[in-house]
Design a binder for this molecule. Sequence first.
Ligand code: FAD
Length: 531
Amino acid sequence: MNGSTQHYTDILIIGSGVAGLSAALRLAPFHQVTILSKSSLSEGASYYAQGGIAAVFDDTDSIESHVEDTLIAGAGICHRGAVEFIASNAKECVQWLIDQGVLFDTEITESGETQYHLTREGGHSHRRILHHADATGKEVETTLVDLAFAHPNIHIKERYNAVDLILSEDKAPSRILGAYVWNRKQEQVETIRAKTVILATGGAAKVYQYTTNPDISSGDGIAMAWRAGCRVANLEFNQFHPTCLFHPQARNFLLTEALRGEGAYLKRPDGSRFMPDYDEREELAPRDIVARAIDHEMKRLGADCMYLDISHKPTDFVQHHFPTIYAKLMTLGLDITKEPIPIVPAAHYTCGGVIVDHTGMTDIAHLYAIGEVSYTGLHGANRMASNSLLECLVYGWSAAENIKSTLQNIAEVPHLPEWDESRVHNSDEQVVIQHNWHELRLFMWDYMGIVRTTKRLERALRRIHLLQQEIHDYYANFRISNNLLELRNLVQVAELMVRCALARKESRGLHYTLDYPDMLENSGPTVLKPE
Ligand SMILES: Cc1cc2nc3c(=O)[nH]c(=O)nc-3n(C[C@H](O)[C@H](O)[C@H](O)COP(=O)(O)OP(=O)(O)OC[C@H]3O[C@@H](n4cnc5c(N)ncnc54)[C@H](O)[C@@H]3O)c2cc1C
């Protein structure tokens, strides 16, 4: 044993994106809460969200219409109850954000009233996206971060990686007791005992070579929950954002769907439009259709990229609606008011995750999963734009409500065994980790990408099993590091993704395979259960 530290908290929240922070702020007036963040508190997918949050704020729109649009985008396998639950709680949850001080753009109506400016994105039949120019995530995340830092009941631990969950061993079904966490500054594993744990660790898009996600999106929560015994679902549905900037000096820079919502065209290198050839909704077709069309055109023409063009719109309109994108691309010498933007698709959103109920509770008592880490049934086979921040908010609220009503009945957590490091030593072969990182992300891009085949998926699975063996040996023998922890989790999630993809004998939504190009008449979610 080494001298690791043991802490106690009533509620441990792992992750400080919009899901984790909104749950923490809802709980903090009543309970002590500890939040862990792998990086700085604000770093996560939430910070980078550009487009906005979907909610019905317009009289001509309706919750039924939001529900129907979501069901259509989800290609027939959304859980209707979850979709209705989220859409009908959307307005109150967005209002809560406004009450916390989040500023959304407004406009003056013809009758002189001030109202929220709503944009429209792919799949939505109405304008229903509240936004803060083109940097909505930054506005929401920084407001919630400031409130969390200022709250006396919220204890923040930055640069701490949750390693694994700790469960009771005596009783079945098991109960959550806390987590082992890696203190990155002191390079030691500590034990956090907690009556309740919320996983709010975000998605797993970093499993792919090209992604719009920040480095933290390594699927840690999905892997930890799986190892703890939770079921997962729908991990074959990885959303590829159609329009990521293609530029040697800018990795991961996303070009919001709102550009297409406000009239931008997708074009081939020769300047001709191609979306009318693929879908009657043209540039506003759902993301999977647009991403596949771009992928197809690139492969057909042997082109490195396609183009997104908004230069036909007035200059002041573009600068006013997309100030961040305009400024960023100007620094790269690209004036979007005058020329088209080179783009490629990139992994963007993990639709599947840890199975939860309406309160965000997983299969393990008092272990919750909220936000992108979870599978609620909202997204089905394809996420509709701007529904994910909404899902974070609604489940942040519903998990907090459930915890408030159950916490006093949960038995005390006993003292827990310390992390055992007695048999490991420092690695002198970090290069193995780096190599495996690159290998995994590259073959996932090639074999489990936008267009799949059974042969390629089987090839991916064989490689994953080899990597798992190597990483297992490495993990058992060497002291942990951030890269090792993330790689171990990513390989686990990659295995679950490929197994889900192999189990689906059809093409639906984001899962497209040449071996089963048609959609089955009856289908449902892909559920995997640990043995
Ligand atoms: C570029 C971009 C643009 C987007 N635009 C939109 C949009 O306009 N509208 C919309 O609805 N959605 C959008 N999305 C999706 C949306 O931003 C995410 O789905 C959502 O923010 C996820 O929030 P989250 O709280 O679940 O996770 P994140 O915001 O990703 O936060 C995860 C947190 O978990 C922590 N963490 C992870 N693993 C560990 C660990 N092992 N130990 C400790 N901490 C850990 C991280 O440090 C981080 O704090 C966008 C995503 C991207 C990448």
